[in-house]
Design a binder for this molecule. Structure first.
Ligand code: FES
Ligand SMILES: [Fe+2]
Length: 293
């Protein structure tokens, strides 16, 4: 079932209205509106799964699963020139229902939103209860969206810049006469291991140094999909899962664990010398060792 219409369902009434300012640009907000894929990841408290049915310039349509087992068929239809859109529940939990959102850029990097939650008529007490629940839900969703948009905007703005204050300073680089690589000595493994994980900056990019199988490994902390933050993500069985859209990457090879063509930025090679017990980090990426090493 689909309507793709921007006509209001006249059988519905407004249960509540939610207004706020979002500290993100109008372009970022529109990008977020079309980003159906983040729902069960960034908003895992509200959505369990999503299966896209159709999408286009008009918006998107998908089947949603909710924690606890409910489901709904949702379509989101936009009117970009007019800066508004409707999320319409076509079937399942919350059907029939419409959530109308109006966007207004207020100043550089900020967007005002006005959201109307429309449901079938109910006795006043029930309508208030549903309206209050919608406002609470959307406050949390927009908080999470706002943070994602800000991190993404900062990541774009910071591209090409180096020296982040949260990174560990590495010892000065040194050339090794017996190698065409350039390396840093990171010290004794017995002293380094208890300090992991560590954020480091190398070659102008941020990486996380972790222990994997009793040895040090570095991986990029920027997701290659939408620049999602990987610095705090747990590593499970050698795989880091991005919290924004759930893309998984092997931290040693950087490869997608879901067969995607995306790959983590090549990380510097980190080696534990089992003879000396010292750790060195090399400019050449992991997995691309010079012959004979
Ligand atoms: S930013 Fe989309 S999965 Fe990482
Ligand atoms: Fe969202």
């Amino acid at each position: 079932m689909t309507s793709r219409s921007l006509d209001r369902n006249r059988d519905l009434v407004i249960a509540s209205v939610y207004e706020r300012e979002i500290r993100a640009s109008l372009d970022s907000v529109w990008e977020n509106v079309f980003d159906w894929e983040h729902l069960p990841w960034l908003h895992s408290q509200a959505f369990d799964s999503i299966e896209l049915r159709d999408s286009g310039d008009w918006g998107w349509q998908a089947d949603l699963g909710f924690p606890g087992g409910g489901r709904a068929e949702l379509e989101l239809v936009v009117d970009r020139p007019a800066n508004h859109y409707v999320a319409r529940t076509l079937d399942g939990a919350g059907s029939p229902g419409e959530i109308w959102t109006r966007l207004e850029p207020v100043e550089s990097g900020r967007t005002r939103i006005r959201v109307e939650f429309c449901v079938l008529p109910l006795p006043e007490g029930d309508l208030d209860r549903i309206g209050t629940a919608y406002v609470a839900l959307y406050t949390g969703l927009w908080d999470q969206d706002e943070e994602m948009m800000q991190v993404r905007e900062r990541a774009f703005a910071g591209r090409g810049k180096s020296a982040t204050s949260d990174c560990e300073r590495l010892p000065a680089e040194s050339s090794h006469a017996d190698s065409d690589t350039v390396s840093n000595d990171l010290g004794a493994w017995t002293e380094l291991a208890p300090r992991l994980p560590l954020l480091i900056e190398f070659g102008g990019h941020r990486f996380r140094l972790v222990e994997l199988g009793g040895r040090p490994v570095a991986h990029s902390v920027e997701c290659p999909h939408w620049l999602g933050p990987l610095a705090e993500c747990p590593i499970d069985d050698g795989v880091v899962i991005c919290p924004w859209h759930g893309y998984g990457f092997d931290v040693e090879t950087g490869r997608s664990t879901q067969g995607r063509s995306l790959r983590l930025r090549p990380a510097p090679r980190v080696e534990l010398d089992t003879q000396t017990g010292r750790v060195r980090i090399f400019r050449d990426p992991a997995g691309e060792k010079p012959a004979g090493v």
